[in-house]
Design a binder for this molecule. Structure first.
Ligand code: COD
Length: 300
């Protein structure tokens, strides 16, 4: 079953056990607001690590009562992430969440060889978007972690995302591998990768999904546009997952969807010991809440 909107994530976490979520550098208004809402709705049991005064000030000005929560004082954001990652790797938390700290600082900690959250798999970013002009939720990867993935890394990124979509209830998600054009052009590496990924999928080297590419963005999301170009494809116009050529394209699409198209977004890191809620610092409280829902659904 596909997700029609991000609200559908609620259905997936209903009746499940409450997940322990540790929020690192918790002195962040939108992150705290989202965590407290998810706590009140019995989705998570939070642990807050960060600057206690900053956390309390946000709670006071929003009338949040956090007297029942574990709050660990660590004013240094890097150290608070280190503590949160160590708690997670020692199985004291099911979900890690980023508060007021840059993505790459948090990811470096997560990748720490001694106490990080590595599993031997590639870690990748996975985002879900609800856009008014598309008939269902669309997943996009990787817009925030892997900078310029090679073919092998793209295979791992697809596998991470497909596994997550399977867990969310998708049986054979349709994957569009994006390029600037829909024809293979030897001077455009993204189109070569796309053609290889499609063939590997046909030969069952990449399973549990239907992959087609290269597809330009319009062919991937609009059947009319694909038909206009004479493209025959099971994926065109009905894509569940868009695979980005690189982080620049991905990040610009992410921000364009949110700022121009007013899309709703939920995002996590996959492939680590636990799902990691990693939204942009400019994302809304709603986006952070939906990302917690996604992490809880993915960690079932
Ligand atoms: N999965 C698993 N292991 C990885 C991954 C990955 N995706 N990336 C790196 N590693 C391993 C490497 O194999 C190596 O052992 C170690 O981690 C360090 O690798 P480096 O030197 O390539 O990695 P770093 O620490 O310099 O950088 C890793 C980041 C994830 C921080 C880097 O790729 C990055 O900055 N990505 C973009 C993050 C960002 O700014 N996003 C914001 C957009 S909103």
């Amino acid at each position: 079953m596909v997700l029609k909107n991000l609200n559908d994530l609620n259905r997936l976490v209903q009746g499940g056990s409450r997940k322990k979520l540790v929020l690192a550098a918790a002195q962040d208004e939108h992150s705290l607001g989202a965590v407290i809402r998810a706590w009140k709705e019995n989705i998570i049991e939070p642990i807050l690590i960060g600057d206690k005064v900053g956390i309390q000030n946000i709670c006071d000005s929003n009338n949040y009562d956090i007297s029942g929560l574990v709050v660990i004082h660590e004013p240094n954001p890097e150290k608070s992430v280190e503590l949160a990652v160590k708690m997670t790797s020692s199985k004291q938390a099911d979900i890690l969440m980023k508060g007021k700290i840059g993505s790459s600082s948090l990811l470096k900690c997560v990748l720490n060889k001694e106490w990080g959250l590595r599993t031997g798999h590639l870690l990748s970013h996975f985002a879900l978007f609800e856009v008014e002009t598309y008939h269902k939720v669309i997943a996009v990867t990787d817009v925030a972690m892997n900078i310029a993935p090679n073919l092998q890394e793209k295979i791992a990124i697809v596998n991470n995302s497909v596994q997550c979509l399977n867990r969310l209830g998708y049986v054979m998600p349709k994957v569009a591998v994006l390029g600037a054009v829909e024809m293979v052009n030897e001077n455009m590496e993204a189109t070569l990768h796309a053609a290889l990924l499609s063939k590997m999928n046909q030969r069952d080297q990449i399973k549990n999904c239907i992959i087609d590419g290269p597809l330009a963005f319009d062919n991937a999301i609009s059947l009319e546009s694909a038909q206009h170009k004479g493209i025959r494809s099971e994926v065109a116009g009905d894509t569940d997952l868009l695979l980005m050529p690189d982080i620049e394209v991905g990040n610009v699409l992410y921000k364009s969807l949110v700022f121009f198209a007013k899309a709703k977004v939920a995002a996590i890191i996959l492939g680590a010991l636990v799902p990691i809620v990693l939204t942009s610092r400019s994302d809304s409280e709603q986006a952070k809440f939906d990302s917690i829902l996604l992490a809880a659904a993915a960690s079932r």
